[in-house]
Design a protein around this ligand. Structure first.
Ligand code: HEM
Length: 407
């Protein structure tokens, strides 16, 4: 009989989870064949085209392409990534308020067809700009910031590279904990507390490594560039007063559609450990408050295979109930170490959000005494469109409540 580990990689393949990079796309493609190279060349020169005010003109000149020549998952993901970059740039322009509310059909039609094929919404997603937007400089070198780069950039210099790559590296650090999930379920099934104890220790150690990697954000992401430049290009058209009706995808739908912007809230990694550890954001599968509703909604912005993985975890016997039923103090402490690691990640994330959004937003509203109410409302929201501090504190609060013992 195969061990749970040997068995696991065939299961993970089905869920598009990679042994080394977890939910990230392994070895993303960098080029598309002709005629799709026209999309690549716009996406690659995006900051320059935006600066020279040529981007919209170049996009309007594009031929309407069928997506039938985009063969294979990696080519389709690259197509989705570049069309996402182009769409964000077309809508937000130079980032100064000259916004387009209609996406021309030559880009909207292939974008929506490709999105439908991949089961993803037609807007730039975390699955695009983080999970499928990377390469190693030296292919035989390590997965470190120094040896990696992003494939496409927005204006704002290296700020985007910092934000996307650090997010990716957090994902990858936590990915080593995905590997032990089959061992955890097997141990629960066999009621093997010792093996479960060791596996949970592995999970907490991977989550601590992820926290360590998170701290690199300070080194590579400038708060002003993030707040004033990059954040604009990641913004969506749902819950966004600047595009309150949504975006009209010309030639696809007759009415504008609303989609949330790119946010790490669309990452599967935190939600994966929430489900595994039984950190409840829902009551009987139904979101219990607006924060839970938002997290649930964000799943529809994840690749379908990852959504299925989260559902499959949920359908397994509860690790938390098993730990509680055993009444074993050491096992309970180890379980709590994992939940505490999730609390620490969320605490750290809250500090980052204060530094990168709340403080610059309050500085800006002080300096712009005449800002309209609309501007201020838009500034206090995350790219996903949430009232962010209420949302993040509520999610953190639920994580703390999952600790078996108060610390
Ligand atoms: C400059 C850095 C960052 C900022 C300003 C930031 C901002 C935000 C904001 C505003 C939200 C609320 C949802 C929204 O409206 O978008 C959010 C949610 C979230 N972010 Fe970040 N984020 C940053 C980096 C990261 C990184 C590196 C990760 C890890 C990969 C991450 C993981 C998450 C998760 C998982 C959520 C959902 C809430 C939760 O599960 O706790 N964020 N982020």
């Amino acid at each position: 009989m195969s061990s749970p580990m040997e068995h696991s990689w065939t299961i993970f393949e089905e869920y598009h989870i990679d042994e080394d990079v977890g939910f990230a796309l392994p070895l993303p493609l960098e080029e598309l064949p002709h005629p799709y190279d026209a999309w690549i060349s716009i996406a690659r020169n995006l900051p320059e085209l935006i600066k020279n005010n040529q981007l919209r003109m170049e996009v309007e000149k594009l031929a309407m392409l069928s997506i039938d020549g985009l063969r294979g998952h990696r080519a389709q993901r690259l197509g989705h990534l570049v069309l996402g970059y182009i769409t964000m740039a077309y809508v937000w322009g130079q980032g100064g308020g000259d916004i387009r509310k209609v996406l021309p059909s030559n880009i909207a039609v292939p974008y929506c067809k490709l999105s439908e094929k991949l089961g993803l919404p037609p807007i730039l997603l975390y699955a695009d700009c983080v999970l499928a937007n990377w390469k190693k400089k030296d292919p035989s070198g390590p997965m470190t910031y120094e040896n990696m780069d992003i494939l496409f950039s927005f204006p704002g210099g290296d700020c985007g590279k910092g934000f996307f790559l650090v997010s990716l590296l957090v994902e990858i650090a936590a990915a080593s904990a995905i590997k032990v999930i089959p061992i955890i379920f097997d141990a629960v099934k066999r009621e093997d507390s010792d093996t479960l104890q060791r596996a949970l220790l592995d999970v907490s150690s991977s989550l601590h490594k992820a926290l360590d990697v998170f701290s690199q954000i300070h080194k590579y992401v400038d708060p002003n560039l993030f707040f004033n430049v990059l954040r604009i290009y990641l913004s969506g058209w749902k819950g966004n007063p600047l595009l309150s009706e949504g975006l009209l995808y010309e030639g696809v739908w007759d009415t504008p559609k609303k989609f949330a912007g790119g946010s790490a809230a669309q990452s599967s990694i935190f939600q994966c450990f929430d489900v595994l550890l039984g950190i409840q954001h829902t009551v009987c599968g139904v979101p219990s408050d607006p924060a839970a509703e938002f997290l649930q909604e964000m799943r529809t912005y994840m690749p379908p295979a990852h959504q299925s993985f989260l559902l499959s975890l949920k359908s397994r016997p509860s690790v938390r109930d098993f730990v509680l039923s055993k009444g074993n103090a050491t096992l309970q402490e180890t379980y709590d170490k994992c939940v505490q690691a999730m609390v620490s990640l969320r605490d750290y994330h809250l500090q980052i959000v204060a530094k990168y959004i709340i403080i610059p937003a309050s500085q800006q509203s002080q300096s712009k005494a005449e800002s309209s109410e609309e501007d201020l409302k838009a500034e206090s929201k995350g790219t996903g469109g949430t009232n962010l501090m209420d949302f993040l504190k509520s999610v953190r609060g639920k994580t703390v409540k999952s600790l078996l013992k108060e610390h």
